[in-house]
Design a protein around this ligand. Structure first.
Ligand SMILES: O=C(O)C(=O)C[C@H](O)C(=O)CO
Ligand SMILES: [Zn+2]
Length: 280
């Protein structure tokens, strides 16, 4: 079998506050999703977001049926966004090919059929990061280049958080039902993401950290604002964020991250800012 799926049940704030490091990692961190020749998916019960890695090597990989969704086809009642953070590759959606370079993405509408993944050069394989949420209508499939992403510049060098939020799946770029997805990059020397922090009880979020050196670590902060905890993450690790949790991190070196949300609305700006005084 080239496809494996693990399931993450929902963890509430009181439970999270009592967990030790391993308990927090078991509930929220997705450690190892990119393996050559494999499709590794995690089915999170947070808004039923599916998160995973596909690394085509030794031939094409296909996602057609995923038993956990209880449907004949994976995308029968779901939409997906897929970003490539590796070498060049191709995704075939319902028989149509889309060539995806580094940091290019595709939004795939509900009911689009099987997804097939290939690397142009298996010595430098594509690393496809897959996100999928339930969808109630069909939106057109769109190839999204980095230029097409809507740019939001935030922070400053003085606050060590000077960064650009590239909004790939966003109402100003392409239609979607639940998914809102983007990629945040940093100016040299800036290490803090999403600080000042926020929460959005209407939507869950998941971060995938990438573009890091082997020894670089992210200190990722989570938890209710008054009960923060941290997990230490390395390259290609993801962390789930329930609506009640902040999601903010500082890196010991260069990094970028992909954030993705699903839930009750697709308004990026619908967030509740957390005053610094509220953080404990
Ligand atoms: O650096 C940031 O700030 C982010 O990228 C924040 C995410 O986009 C986010 O949390 C959206 O709700
Ligand atoms: Zn957020």
């Amino acid at each position: 079998m080239t496809l494996s799926v693990s399931t993450r049940q929902v963890v509430g704030p009181e439970d999270a506050a009592r967990r030790n490091t391993q308990g927090l990692r078991d509930g929220f961190v997705i450690e190892s999703m990119f393996h050559p020749g494999r499709i590794n998916l995690t089915y999170s019960h947070l808004d039923r977001m599916i998160v995973g890695g596909v690394v085509p090597a030794g031939g094409t990989l296909t996602i057609d049926r995923v038993a956990e969704t209880g449907t004949d086809q994976f995308l029968e009642r779901r939409e997906a966004a897929i970003l490539n953070i590796g070498g060049a590759g191709t995704i075939s959606v319902g028989g149509k090919d889309y060539a995806l370079g580094f940091q290019e993405a595709i939004y795939v509408g509900k009911g689009s059929g099987a997804l097939s993944f290939a690397s142009d050069n298996e010595a430098e394989p594509a690393l496809f990061y897959v996100l999928s949420a339930p969808a109630h209508r069909i939106c057109p499939t769109v190839h999204i280049t980095r230029d097409m992403a809507k740019k939001v510049h935030l922070g400053s060098a003085e606050e060590c958080n000077h960064r650009t939020i590239n909004q790939y799946v966003h109402p100003d770029v392409c239609e979607s039902c639940q998914l809102v997805v983007g990629l945040t990059t940093f100016e040299p020397g800036s290490v803090w993401n999403t600080m000042p922090a926020h929460v959005h009880d209407r939507r869950m979020e998941v971060y995938l950290y990438f573009g890091m050196q082997e020894a670089t670590r992210i200190f990722h902060f989570m938890g209710e604002p008054g009960e923060t905890r941290h997990v230490v993450l390395k390259n290609h690790e993801a962390v789930l964020s329930p609506g009640w949790s902040i999601h903010s991190g500082a890196g010991t070196g260069r990094y970028a991250f992909i954030w993705a949300m699903a839930g009750d609305n697709i308004s990026f700006t619908d967030m509740d800012k957390v005053p610094m005084e509220a953080l404990r």
